[in-house]
Write a protein that binds this ligand. Structure first.
Ligand SMILES: [Zn+2]
Length: 391
C-alpha cells in the first residue's frame, strides 16, 4: 500500500493521513488560538477520542473546553447555546469535531459569535452572506470522524428551522474551515450501518455534482475520481471497518464530494431534506434510498454522462443501465433499504414534502427541472419502489 498521507492546500489546508490527529494542538496554534472551544456531539464527547484530543490540547498549553449540546440534524438552539458557551469561556477559536451535525454546528457557532443578526438572515439565498460581519468570525479547525458529509471542506452549515420543519443552508465563503485534520483512524470504530449510510452521502454528493448541468470541469473531474474511490472501497469499509486503506479512501472521497458539490446538487438532496427535517431520518441513508429513483427520473438528461462514468468505473455495461445496476447492487451489498416506506415516509407525506423539496436550494442543480407535482410523484416512486423516467 502506497503512503496514504499528504498535505493538500485546496479547497483548504488539509492534513491527511492516519495518526494526524496528533497535530491538533499545532493546528490550533497555527491559527492563533489559545482558548479553543471544541464542538462535538454528546455521544462522541464520552469517547476516549475526544478526551485524548482535549488532553493533548491542554498539555500543549491550550485552554480547551468541550461543548456537546449538539443533536442529529442540529437546530438553532444548538448553535445559540454554543455561542453562549464560547462567550462565557472567552474562547478564541473553534475545533469542530465529529460527523456532519457536529461539524455544521461548530462552523455555525464560529460564524455566529461575530454576528448580531439572527442566523436565518444568513440563509443561502441571493447574496445574503454579504450581511456577515466577517471580522467577528472565529477561526476553525475541522476534524471529521465519519466519511460522508464532507462538511469539513464545505462553506455552509445545514441547520433545521423548527418553526417550519425545513433544513436551511447557512452560507458564507469564510465558513470553510482554515485547517482540516483528516485522520482516517478516527473512523475505525464506526459501525457498518453508519459507514454505509455516510458513504452513500459521499456518493450522492459526487454523483449529484457530476450530473448537475452547470459548466465546472474542475468539480466534474473531482467527482469522477470520488466515485471511483467509493466504487472500489465502500463495500470493503462496510465489511471490514478496521481496513485503514478503505477508511482512508472513503475519507478522501467524502472530502471530494463536498469539494465537487460547489457545482450543484440535485433532487436526491431536495427529496431527502424534508424527510430528515420532519421525521429525523438519517441524511445519508435517505439519500441512499432515493438515489436510484432520482437517477432514473433524470435519465433523459444523462445518457452520455452515464456512459463516461460507467467507462471510468469500468462497469460491465458502459451505459446508463450499467450505472443504475451498480448503484442498486451496491445498496443491496451494504444493506440500504429499498424504499422510503421503510424509513417511515408515507404517501400522506408526499404532497406536503413535495413543496418543501421544490423550495430546497438543491433543486436548482438537478439536470431536469422538477415541478411540485413531479416531486410528489418522485416521493411516491421512492415509497412504492418504482423506477421511472421523467417524461
Ligand atoms: Zn448530503
Amino acid at each position: 500500500m502506497a503512503s496514504l498521507r499528504g498535505n493538500w492546500n485546496y479547497p483548504t489546508a488539509v492534513r491527511f493521513g492516519p495518526g494526524r490527529i496528533a497535530e491538533l494542538p499545532d493546528a490550533c496554534k497555527a491559527l492563533g488560538m489559545k482558548r479553543p472551544l471544541l464542538v462535538t456531539d454528546a455521544a462522541l464527547a464520552k469517547l476516549p477520542m475526544i478526551e485524548s484530543a482535549v488532553a493533548a490540547c491542554r498539555s500543549a498549553g491550550l485552554a480547551c473546553e468541550v461543548f456537546s449540546d449538539v443533536q442529529a440534524n442540529p437546530v438553532e438552539s444548538n448553535v445559540t447555546n454554543g455561542v453562549s458557551a464560547y462567550r462565557r469561556g472567552t474562547h478564541d477559536g473553534v475545533i469542530a469535531f465529529g460527523g456532519g451535525s457536529a461539524l455544521d454546528t461548530g462552523k455555525a457557532v464560529a460564524l455566529m459569535v461575530g454576528q448580531t443578526r439572527p442566523i436565518w438572515d444568513f440563509e443561502d439565498r441571493e447574496d445574503r452572506y454579504t450581511r456577515v460581519n466577517v471580522s467577528g468570525m472565529a477561526p476553525t479547525v475541522a476534524v471529521p470522524t465519519t466519511s460522508g458529509t464532507g462538511s469539513e471542506v464545505g462553506r455552509a452549515a445545514v441547520i433545521t428551522d423548527v418553526r417550519d420543519h425545513t433544513k436551511k443552508i447557512i452560507f458564507h465563503p469564510r465558513m470553510l474551515p482554515s485547517i482540516v485534520i483528516a485522520d482516517p483512524e478516527l473512523t475505525l470504530g464506526l459501525p457498518a450501518k453508519v459507514t454505509a449510510a455516510v458513504g452513500m452521502d459521499a456518493l450522492s454528493h459526487n454523483l449529484e455534482a457530476y450530473c448537475s448541468p452547470s459548466y465546472h470541469p474542475l468539480a466534474e473531474g473531482i467527482a469522477l475520481e470520488g466515485m471511483r474511490l467509493i466504487h472500489d472501497w465502500l463495500p470493503t469499509a462496510v465489511r471490514d471497518g478496521s481496513d485503514i486503506e478503505a477508511r482512508s479512501h472513503m475519507m478522501a472521497a467524502s472530502l471530494m464530494g463536498a469539494t465537487a458539490f460547489q457545482k450543484g446538487l440535485g433532487a436526491m438532496h431536495s427529496l431527502s431534506h424534508p424527510c430528515s427535517a420532519n421525521l429525523n431520518t438519517h441524511h445519508g441513508l435517505t439519500n441512499a434510498v432515493v438515489m436510484p429513483y432520482v437517477l432514473s427520473w433524470n435519465r433523459p438528461a444523462l445518457g452520455e454522462k452515464m456512459q463516461r462514468l460507467a467507462a471510468y468505473l469500468n462497469l460491465p455495461q458502459q451505459s446508463f443501465s450499467g450505472v443504475l445496476d451498480w448503484i442498486l447492487e451496491l445498496r443491496n451489498t451494504i444493506g440500504v433499504p429499498d424504499t422510503l416506506a421503510e424509513l417511515g415516509v408515507t404517501s400522506e407525506h408526499a404532497d406536503a414534502f413535495a413543496k418543501q423539496a421544490f423550495d430546497d436550494p438543491s433543486t436548482g442543480g438537478n439536470p431536469v427541472p422538477v415541478t411540485v407535482a413531479e416531486f410528489a410523484q418522485l416521493y411516491r416512486n421512492c415509497i412504492e419502489g418504482r423506477l421511472q423516467a421523467a417524461t
